[in-house]
Design a protein around this ligand. Sequence first.
Ligand code: NDP
Length: 318
Amino acid sequence: MTKTKLLQIGDITDRMRDALSPSFDIDVLFAQGDRAAFLAAHGADYPAILTNGHWGVPEDVAAATPNLKVVSSYGVGYDGIDADAYAARGIKVAHTPDVLNDEVADTFVMLWLAVSRQLIPSDRHARSGKWESEGNFPLTRSVQNRRVGILGLGRIGQTIADRCAAFGADIHYHSRTPKDVPYTYHDSALGCAAAVEVLVAITPGGPSTKHMVNAEVLEALGPDGFFINVARGSVCDEAALVKALQDGKIAGAGLDVFEEEPKIPDALKTMDNVVLTPHVASGTHETRQAMGDLVVANLKQWLDDGSVKTPVPECRHL
Ligand code: NDP
């Protein structure tokens, strides 16, 4: 049987490779020495691309793959893939929605509790012997009965809202359109921030949400407010966030994503009221396996009948 050529961008697991290998002839973009020469010579051979939310489909790859038919992305966010342009050409783009909702919502809870209850400094106090030499750790802020604002009440945003119910939260949200939910809607991020004590970003990245959380929004959140970003680094103006933290305009932040990943501004690394994780919101064995299985299922279904299991919204009509 002739295998279908698949261009792999970014890492995949052994399980994914084993599942795909019988049907696909996989070439790894980043293993090619001269990328430009490789793409010029072989780009037209690929009807299929496997990528992830970090790499998307870079412009040079998009330009060099005129015979592309399907893109299967390992992640739910696809701001690095021009889905509108691909849809216009009849190319199917698939992603991995829903299977990561719980993990990302758990990451929000983890960051919120860690920053509010000062987990990292408190752990340091315990380990360093300061408890013995200097006495008790200072009191922290409770997460109970807070007003929580969710920017982006989609699949993950709703799961975050469900988690927040366990903490007695009063939920506010902002998205492009109001939903049929018993929470308070705000037609702007600013309005939402002004109404709450904890603000979490969980929108897609890309131009429409760039710097949705800016200096004004952070100021509206206020000196007792916490900001948690589990969306994309681009959603928050990072320079404004650093300044807001330095000036005491907000109380603290929990950040899983950054504007220039994997670079993190040095100023953030020195702050005790900031908790940092390196874009790991979906990063457990269980969830990454479920995501990988869906990436494979999308490619296999496309091979079988030309459709994909979980297309991005732009490609659902194809
Ligand atoms: P959904 O598409 O289900 O939800 C997205 C939500 O964002 C919707 O409520 C949507 O509003 C809202 N939204 C989109 N654009 C705008 C805008 N311009 N202004 C205001 N609201 C907007 O996506 P998911 O919940 O599945 O995922 C959300 C994002 O989370 C992903 O795109 C990804 O960027 C991020 N993510 C991050 C991870 C990490 O590792 N940190 C892991 C997984 C996801 P409406 O319904 O009105 O259109």
